[in-house]
Design a protein around this ligand. Structure first.
Ligand SMILES: [Zn+2]
Length: 304
């Protein structure tokens, strides 16, 4: 962290303060007005909702390694600690509200400019901001899945069961990670009780893709289908560090689908992008929507 507030950073990166920034947003607005845009969003879209991006400029480096599928399923102590930490972290995730960037994406969908929305985020904020038909590549923390019988249930019901099973658990989280996991003193985890599937007694897990786990093939296939059918792939708030997201940019570039990236900081997609805007999404996206609305009105006038 460089001690700069979100507002100060937004001011510094206002497109009018960046050489050529206004022209780039104007060009992007032209591409979006053309339609058939597929959005690929990452953690940077949710930072302004208070969910940190540990790879982006606003996120401190994560102190603990993320939970892997193998550890979660094989190590009962690690699993108990995960649920204790996640029980605390869930409050931050469930309290998060969509920001101007999420609402702008929903508005572009309403204006029929989008061919699809693919997200790497597990916070559900696209839908909370009004978007529909979102492909959640890495799942959603608001759902719980049973690894034995496959049934799905709501996170809120699960959290109520955890609270009931742990009436004296009052640990305070030191810091939260983007996947809802928190940093916590290990002594605070002693005695935390995990709850199992109400249907079969099996092992429960948040319905998200862990490190070491593959994205379900149907979601990958659907995403490739959307990208290949697009005129523009618009990456929002992703540094494209992991292949799980970068592969869509590589495919788009190979298929001749133009790539635009709006992200704060450098991304690994830059060699494939024809247009990049380095700025906070909560500033650029409402500006983009206003331009698209304006040119859509002008086009309607020409047709009339
Ligand atoms: Zn079950």
């Amino acid at each position: 962290m460089d001690g700069v507030t979100v507002e100060q950073r937004a001011e510094r990166y206002r497109p009018e303060c960046v050489p050529g920034g206004q022209d780039r947003v104007a060009e992007l607005a032209g591409w979006v007005t053309d339609g058939d845009v597929v959005v690929l969003s990452g953690a940077g879209l949710s930072t302004e909702s208070g969910i940190p991006d540990y790879r982006g400029p606003s996120g401190a480096a994560r102190r603990t390694t993320p939970m892997t599928y193998q550890t979660f399923t094989r190590d009962p102590v690690a699993r108990r600690r995960y649920w204790a930490r996640s029980h605390l972290g869930w409050r931050t995730i469930s309290d998060a509200r969509p920001n101007a960037g999420h609402r702008a994406v929903a508005r572009l969908q309403e204006l029929a400019r989008l061919g699809g929305i693919i997200t790497q985020n597990v916070d559900g904020l696209h839908q909370a901001g009004g978007a529909r038909d979102v492909v959640e590549l890495h799942g959603n923390l608001a759902r719980i899945t049973c690894l034995d019988c496959g049934s799905r249930s709501s996170r809120s019901a699960h959290e109520a069961r955890l609270s009931a099973a742990n009436p004296d658990f009052a640990a305070v989280a030191a810091a939260i990670n983007p996947d809802g996991d928190v940093e916590l003193d290990e002594a605070a985890l002693d005695g935390f009780t995990v709850v199992d599937c109400t249907g079969c007694g099996g092992m429960l897990k948040p319905d998200v893709v862990y490190f070491g786990e593959s994205v379900p093939p149907d979601r990958v296939a659907r995403s490739f289908e959307l990208v290949c059918g697009a005129r523009t792939l618009l990456v929002l708030g992703s540094s494209l560090t992991v292949m799980s997201g970068r592969r869509f940019v590589l495919r788009a570039a190979r298929e001749g689908v133009r790539v635009a990236i709006v992200n704060q900081g450098v991304t690994r997609g830059e060699p494939y992008a024809s247009l990049t805007v380095d700025a906070p999404l909560g500033t650029v996206l409402p500006d983009l929507v206003a331009r698209v609305e304006s040119s859509t009105r002008q086009n309607a006038r020409i047709i009339l």
